[in-house]
Ligand binder design. Sequence first.
Ligand code: PAF
Length: 299
Amino acid sequence: MQIEQIILSLQPNQNSYMQVFNNFSAIKQVLISINEEGGKTGFVPTMGALHEGHLSLITKACLENDFVIVSIFINPTQFNNLEDFDAYPRIVGQDLEMLEKFDDRVLIFIPQVEDIYPNGIVSQHFDFGGIENQMEGKFRPGHFDGVGTVLTTFFSLLKPDNAYFGEKDFQQLQIVKKLVAIQNFEVNIIGCPILREPTGLAMSSRNKRLNDSQLQESKLIFKVLKQVKKDFGTKSAKEIMQDVQKAFKNNTELNLEYFEIADESTLKPLQIVEKNKKYRAFIAVFAGEVRLIDNIALN
Ligand code: PAF
């Protein structure tokens, strides 16, 4: 079957050609046809509550592939905190509306829990060479095992050629690259730049949970990161850390969880700046119950 025929064979929904697949066996048939025709597939995994950041990944994926699979699945095993899992925004109706602007080459996959966890909701354990123990790994035990588990299943089932991840979750992006190397998956992992609100706040599904005052104050996060970038190279890591702690100290809405300057590839905290190495500043902040993370490239 030609790719054009595959497109024609996809039955239109009422007003759009968007295709939603609710289980793996449904999408599998389409993937087999695409594969037979040598079509390239891109994959954008999401947990829903879509925002412009996700749409930018999907747009890039559409430019670089014949078909794009967008998954919406709130993966229970990557939440180390049950309240966070329960409070995670679930707005599939709105997500689908946002996806309507894409053409019929975008296939939406909303799997059942049984598709992803046929043997019960448990994580595999991974050794990612130590990067899983830094920052997010320290503060969210088990998180990266959960991410590794769900992506192992997605990559094995869907066999995409390219998969797209935002750099807001920079540590996750490095973990995924490691996962692909360890498991020998034939997928290119493509990191995409952080999209920000006009205030500078990094776009995130969790922003939907912020109240007005938290939203207002959250612009401090990027302001601080930009200052860190300016100071990097002139101030010591210790001085920068003290400045960051001071910036959040008297803020009534935001609580700093961690700030770290780390080597981009090992994610180990900076000791002394070495030539030819790339460094990034990473931050995690609580606004009430809502956890926000961000990062910035320093050199
Ligand atoms: O970044 C996310 O939204 C999730 O960690 C992912 C990659 C969809 C896996 O559940």
